[in-house]
Design a protein around this ligand. Structure first.
Ligand SMILES: Cc1cc2nc3c(=O)[nH]c(=O)nc-3n(C[C@H](O)[C@H](O)[C@H](O)COP(=O)(O)OP(=O)(O)OC[C@H]3O[C@@H](n4cnc5c(N)ncnc54)[C@H](O)[C@@H]3O)c2cc1C
Length: 286
């Protein structure tokens, strides 16, 4: 008896999936090798710049560097270290906003008087950069949705994450937001308040607005600037002038269980936020 076309397709499906899995694995191994990519390890290795873009012009521009990596993924919450000038040269931490499919993307704000970032700005496609990782003690989602690990401290059952980011401190927030969006089991809510000096300084503004629109109430994003008048969707305000109650309210937190606040930014920003929130909610400083 002849089998129907439908039953032929369904009997071949497992083979098709197996072939697809093999093909994806081979591509994953081969592509970075073709690009000359190294594995991300605990000691420095050279990584090739595959793409370079200026995301923001201005006094402190933001550049995006895409590097070829032969490592599959980066634990959510971790960073990488970048070194310039070889052995003994200055090193700085960066938080990849994308790390998959053999590619690592770094968003870097360039400080004109800085030691490292102006040298990273000069890199072009084909140049190499020394990088190692993962570094940092924070992990999100390793034990499933709504879980944080911070060294020996483990937090379970988080339902809403408030995020306070000062300037480039938004990058670890983006990692956690992306992790939650990519895990269909994870319905943890997030509310990010991104504080910046001026309107032109806001990192990943368009990308974050888009996520806010797509995710409805699950990912909320708010922007505040301390200088200038603000504009539609950007409020005038500064963390320095806000108290703990106001901060909690800005992130839609009630001070009940199941809430955590992530903080990342310049030292003074972190110290003030930590002090204001210490009796109100669990705080994790990135
Ligand atoms: C865990 C971690 C993750 C990080 N992730 C990122 C990231 O994804 N993207 C990114 O752009 N940066 C990130 N940073 C900051 C980065 O590591 C460097 O500090 C930054 O690039 C400046 O280095 P630099 O050598 O150019 O400047 P430096 O020589 O260190 O400093 C030069 C001048 O810039 C000022 N300056 C330096 N950093 C800041 C700042 N954050 N805010 C205000 N003024 C500052 C200093 O006060 C000084 O006047 C991260 C930092 C940490 C600790």
């Amino acid at each position: 008896m002849m089998s129907s076309p439908m039953s032929q397709i369904s009997s071949n499906l497992p083979i098709a999936f197996a072939l697809m899995a093999v093909l994806v694995s081979v591509l994953f191994i081969l592509l970075p090798k073709l690009f000359g990519a190294s594995k991300l390890t605990k000691s420095y290795a050279k990584f090739k710049v595959l793409n370079r873009a200026i995301v923001h012009e201005g006094k402190r521009p933001i550049i995006a560097l895409t590097l070829g990596v032969a490592t599959k993924s980066l634990p959510t919450g971790s960073h990488v270290k970048v070194r310039v000038g070889g052995d003994g040269g200055p090193e700085r931490s960066y938080t990849p906003t994308r790390f998959d499919g053999g590619l690592c993307e770094l968003m870097i704000r360039v400080y004109p008087d800085g030691e490292v970032s102006p040298r990273l700005e000069k890199l072009g496609v084909g140049d190499e950069l020394e990088m190692k990782g993962p570094t940092g003690i924070h992990r999100y989602g390793e034990d499933g949705p709504g879980t944080f690990k911070n060294g020996r401290k483990v937090i379970h059952g988080v339902r809403r994450i408030g995020m306070l980011a000062g300037g480039t401190g938004v990058t670890p927030m983006m990692q956690v937001i992306n992790h939650i969006r990519e895990d269909p089991r994870d319905d943890t809510e997030t509310c990010l308040v991104s504080f910046n000096t001026g309107e032109g300084e806001i990192m990943m503004e368009e990308e974050l607005r888009e996520i806010d629109r797509e995710e409805g109430g699950k990912v909320e994003v708010k922007f505040m600037v301390s200088q200038g008048e603000g504009r539609e969707g950007v409020s005038k305000g500064s963390l320095r002038k806000m108290g703990g109650e106001q901060l909690m309210e800005s992130m839609g937190l009630k001070g009940k269980g199941g809430e955590v606040v992530m903080i990342c930014g310049p030292k003074g920003f972190v110290a003030k936020a930590k002090e204001d929130l210490k009796d109100k909610v669990d705080v994790l400083v990135w």
